[in-house]
Design a protein. Sequence first.
Length: 416
Amino acid sequence: MRVVWFITGVVGWALPGSVGAAEPTPAEVFEKRIVPIFKSPNPSSCVQCHLAGVDLKDYILPDAEKTFRSLRDQGLIDLDAPEKTKIVKLIDMGGNANGPNAVNAKLRVAERDAFVAWIKACAADPKLKDAPKLDEKDRAQPARPVEVIRHARKDQVLESFERNVWAWRFRCMNCHTEVTPQNDKYRKEYGDRVAWVKKGGPADTLEYLIASKLLDPAKPEQSLLLRKPLGEKHEGGTKFVVGDDAYKGFRTWIEDVAAIRADKYAAVADLPPADTGPQRFGTDLWLKLTACPPEWGDKFLQARVFAWDAKRKAWDETPVAVSDRVVSGKANLWQHSLTLLTSKDSERAKAWRTGKPSLPDGKYLLRVYVDGNGKLAKDWQAVLGEADLAGQVEFQAKWREGYNAMTAVDASKVRK
């Protein structure tokens, strides 16, 4: 009811229309149209594009004249073209957000109309236009630096989500993608929360997860989205182990979202380090290692696949695909789906973003890393390096999608 009252308060007040009535002063328009935004207990439409760090109230002061001078001096208003003014453009940006709800859409229009009406009134007041500059320390602006505000923007959070969570969805999607026979079965048994992989894609999945109880903002490492794949009372069994690539990605993203929602990033130095690694693309391409040596049994194994560069007549320096899982000691077998890797601006990235990520048939190099001492379980951020290299082997691949179309490699041929 509060949001509805606020919208009515902003839109419902009309400028005097009777013949001979004086035009309202900037202060009067401010009191009727802007103050309700400032005093509203509800967040502004900024939440449509930002998870934290900024609110329209941050640009408003209790005093009409000081608010005008503050916005003018920061270059946020254009008296010659109020509709094109920067503060209005910032409000309008919400119109391009994915899936805006009806309340936010109405709120955004109300805020926009209020600022346009007020700026037009200010433009007609010569005294305001010529008012001296406001001291910089007295200007209204968000408390957080622009870098922090940008980090909390939903498009940035979505980019991180695609890199850290969506890329590993093939470990979960068979059971958790909505409107599939398997998911319909589990939804009847366990409720709607098992349908967290949305058919609409990463943006819809992101929106759902942020609003769901699958994330624990207070204790992100205890989030159900992390604990369930580890095998905790999970119908689908173990999909992650602590420290594997998927666990790293999920936990990194969950902890970042928790920090954003709690407004813990006060300065640029507080932000997590930028991810300068490759882009990741999940696939239903499977790799199998048969005849695994006994010493690998029940240990964590990471497979890194390298492509052949015909021009250089050498193997690529960075892997084109990775996968990791614990080796089945009883069966001397390891198998898992691949996640493809490539630099952000590469031709591969362009092709994989617009089509289905895939690998051409041909020869590849497999490097096998085994966590013999359980260091990932002790430190989930640890990385397997040369000391963990069990060996490598060249192989021919005919990459086909599906669990029943795995590319098999004889692990007994792996050599250092």
